[in-house]
Design a protein. Structure first.
Length: 257
């Protein structure tokens, strides 16, 4: 649930309009993201410094604009606004045609290099603290061989870099792209980690991306992001080729049996 601290008390002639404007701005800026649950009506009204009837009016306006979804008995949520980059049918098609993965990587290489450059230029103190926390989690999960925690930190790192770019279009577009990654359509992390040393290299690359931003070095950041995606592409190609060789070897063995 979103913390009440992110909201500011309202001091505007039109209370309802001011509440709507604040929440809309937070959605545009990526503070309130798809699916985020807002605080309870009582807590949110208190945080904004408005009456509950006025808050209800504002939430109704936002709901009419399809920006929030009210689930009676559960709460109010930010609507799914960015949507998914592809329909379920298209995702299934891509999954059956693995070569599309490399188009996906090509796109990510350019966008993540751009995001990391901007993040190195624009990251605030809070952004840097967030990245430092993720850095510690990446190292801890590696040391403890916690695959789930490592994967979660991986996803959160890339989202944090996009957020630190402070480019709202980039933040929302990359959220849709990372949705594909989270669902495993274009990213076989197990394949990468099965290759000798790949897991350690992925960790080092993630740490380098973070360190370049903490050092406020845009050129280093862009280079680190490109090197990371280049490594993923090369490793996946090698892994797929090893799989094909093994498949052919098994077929030959069966043919002479």
């Amino acid at each position: 649930m979103i913390a009440t601290e992110v909201f500011e008390p309202i001091d505007h002639d039109s209370v309802v309009e001011a509440v709507v404007e604040q929440i809309e701005s937070m959605i545009v800026d990526g503070v309130l993201k798809d699916g985020a649950r807002l605080p309870s009506e009582r807590d949110l009204a208190e945080a904004l410094g408005v009456s509950r009837p006025k808050l209800r009016e504002a939430l109704q306006v936002l709901e009419d604009r399809d920006l929030v979804t009210v689930r009676h008995g559960d709460g109010t949520y930010i609507a799914e606004l960015t949507g998914r980059a592809m329909s379920p049918a298209m995702l299934a098609l891509y999954a059956r045609h693995g070569e599309a993965f490399f188009d996906y990587l090509e796109y990510r290489r350019e966008q993540e290099a751009f995001a990391t450059r901007l993040a190195a230029e624009r990251a605030t103190r809070t952004d840097r603290e967030r990245l430092s926390q993720i850095r510690a989690e990446l190292e801890r999960s590696w040391a403890e061989e916690d695959a789930d925690a490592s994967l979660d930190a991986d996803f959160r790192l890339h989202s944090a870099v996009a957020d630190a770019s402070h480019n709202t279009t980039l933040i929302h577009m990359m959220a849709s792209v990372y949705d594909l990654t989270r669902r495993g359509i274009f990213y076989n992390r197990d394949l990468l980690k099965s290759m000798d040393g790949a897991g350690r290299k992925l960790l080092d690359q993630h740490l380098e991306i973070i360190d370049s931003i903490l050092a406020a070095d845009p050129g280093r950041g862009e280079q680190a992001a490109r090197a990371h995606i280049d490594f993923v592409e090369e490793s996946v190609r090698m892994g797929l080729e090893q799989q094909r060789r093994e498949q052919r070897a098994q077929q030959r063995m069966k043919s002479v049996a």
